[in-house]
Design a protein around this ligand. Structure first.
Ligand code: PEP
Ligand code: MG
Length: 326
């Protein structure tokens, strides 16, 4: 099995019926590029920039950030790189940025909510990103978007920084830069049709989408039985998001753990998810699985999983049986 996988390192991800999907890597620092490239990542689907902030004794400067982003863009040789703006808060803290004590940190002041409030921090990151965009194919992604207004506000700030760079004669990618959001709050999935008109892409964050849909802390063992990626409620939100994006001609990725889960693969392929971003060590396993599946045969499976099955467990068995028989 492993031998077959390694042959797939330098090939694109093509299904049994000749469809192409992108398998991308999740990274936390520029050091992770080596693993992404060694495993044949077709893109970076999620660069979690909060590690830049967490590994630093103070707010990282525009220059330090620019260097990190540039390294990643150059290292991917013009393949797409989705960089997520700072997702601090929840369980991730910065010693030099005191956050309020909160009853429910995961429902509190985090990610884009901090960025829109602390625009000094946000603008520095956006400037570093824009400057780096001259060195590759950058997609900027905002985390934890709940409302259209948040997205519009974040995008307006980005555009202001573009204007400033332009006025200063500093280069950035004016042509192909994409701006998208994580779909990880149920409100965004429910209104995916409206968001799809305004974004360039979606990336579904199942880790948080499951947590918030099931109202079950993703890190709490006592409620981990509710962490149900195959629950029809979750699958419906995912399908709704994919359909809404495609309706507007936009692409959709997934960067939560579910993107690299072999049980999810046939379902996501059947729904037409475009990009699958996972830890580098999962890439070849998923690429190999996709190669053996025919998307025409997956439509009925998706239909069953969403409209007939009632439980997470039933869907797990449904897909396992399907894969064994194909
Ligand atoms: C997610 O929520 O699915 C995600 C990819 O982001 P994180 O795990 O960093 O919250
Ligand atoms: Mg998340």
């Amino acid at each position: 099995e492993k031998a077959e996988w390694s042959k797939l390192k330098n090939s694109a991800t093509v299904t049994a019926d000749g469809k192409h999907f992108d398998i991308a890597a999740n990274i936390g620092t520029p050091k992770d590029l080596a693993g992404a490239n060694a495993n044949g990542a077709e893109a970076i689907g999620l660069y979690r920039t909060e590690f830049l902030y967490m590994d630093s004794a103070e707010l990282p400067s525009e220059e330090d950030q620019f260097q990190a982003y540039k390294t990643v863009l150059e290292g991917m040789n013009n393949k797409p790189v989705v960089v997520r703006t700072m997702d601090i808060g929840g369980d991730k803290h910065l010693p030099y940025l005191p956050l309020p004590e909160e009853m429910n940190p995961f429902l509190g002041y985090r990610a884009i909510r901090i960025s829109l409030d602390r625009q000094d921090i946000f603008r520095t990151q956006l400037r570093a990103l824009l400057r780096a965009s001259a060195f590759g194919k950058l997609c900027i992604m905002f985390p934890m978007i709940a409302t259209l207004q948040e997205f519009r506000q974040a995008k307006a700030i980005l555009q202001e920084e573009m204007q400033k760079l332009k006025a200063d004669g500093i280069a950035y990618d004016e042509k192909d830069l994409q701006v998208g959001i994580m779909v990880e709050i149920p409100a965004a999935a429910v209104l995916a049709d409206q968001f799809a008109k305004e974004v360039d892409f979606f990336s579904i964050g199942t880790n948080d989408l499951i947590q918030y849909t099931m109202a079950a802390d993703r890190g709490n063992d006592q409620v981990s039985y509710l962490y149900q990626p195959y629950n029809p409620s979750i699958l419906r939100l995912i399908k709704r998001t994919i359909d809404a994006a495609h309706q507007e001609g936009k692409w959709v990725g997934m960067c939560g753990e579910a993107a690299g889960d072999s049980i999810m693969t046939p379902l996501l392929m059947g729904m037409g998810l475009d990009e699958y971003s996972m830890s580098a060590t999962s890439i070849l396993r998923v690429r190999s699985l996709m190669k053996h599946l025919d998307t025409n045969e997956l439509q009925e499976l998706v239909e069953q999983a969403i409209n007939v099955s009632l439980t997470n467990e039933e869907n797990k068995q449904l897909v396992t049986k399907f894969v064994e028989e194909h």
